[in-house]
Design a protein around this ligand. Sequence first.
Ligand SMILES: [Zn+2]
Ligand SMILES: [Zn+2]
Length: 299
Amino acid sequence: MSQQERVQEELEALEAILMDDISITYNAKGCAELVKSVIFPSTANEVDKQYVCVTLEVELPQDYPDCKPVTRLKSPRGLDESTVDHLYKEIANKCEEYIGHAVIYELIELIRQNLTESNLPTCQCAVCLYGFSEGDSFTKTQCFHYFHNYCLAKHVTVNEKNFLEEQDKLPAWKRSTVGFQATCPVCREPISCDGTKLKTSLPPKELQDAQKFEVTQELKMLQQKMQQLFNYQKSKGGIIDIEAEENKLLLITNSEDNNSEDPGPSLSSSNPPVEQQPLHNGLQNRNHNQRHYSKYSNR
Ligand SMILES: [Zn+2]
Ligand SMILES: [Zn+2]
């Protein structure tokens, strides 16, 4: 059997087993280039018990399966970096072991098994930055982001309050007709949540056990160092008037900009050192961020 026929056979088998859970991209010559699959833990189809997921991308070089494919893990949800690193190591071993043989299904099963074993978020809550301990009540959003109920309640309450205040300032004809929509604090996807249930949740365990914040000698020294840096930037013309700066940023409304992937002048070696043009650089970088910001906020 030719190498291409072997690949075709592997992909047909994958499609038969995984059906809609797999997508295959072909190049102009009709050869399969990329295989993608979103992998969830096995929970006997109980979707609300799936706390983690990850997308596996397998790029097939021309000589696959006689050489290793290129693998990537994308959009890990509920997984911290060390878990993802561990997965990469296991994937590399599996690919090594299977040179000359169909490996994609093996990879999917390997990842699924790992996800099933660690089917509890190992990541942090993006609001309080503490982890999830046993007994903490937490929410998995539809976009697979995790928050302690206590933290999500705070986020939603503040957002709703801001929304209502903004609405109050508008003339009646400009006010929203759909009302407040809670959004995910990480990706801003609309989320549905039970406000009253969230509000009665206790603070996360790690937050309750955390040491009381104190200004230590070390922090005082850091503060002094930052003060010096601030004064230095100020003397070089850096932006320090936050209010004026914010007003400027509001003027930028163009979200589709070809330069949005431009890393900014400070990263390019052909530009003069940063300190010779602090104002220019500062503005460029802030504008750069703002473009991304408005891109997301428009969703
Ligand atoms: Zn939290
Ligand atoms: Zn989200």
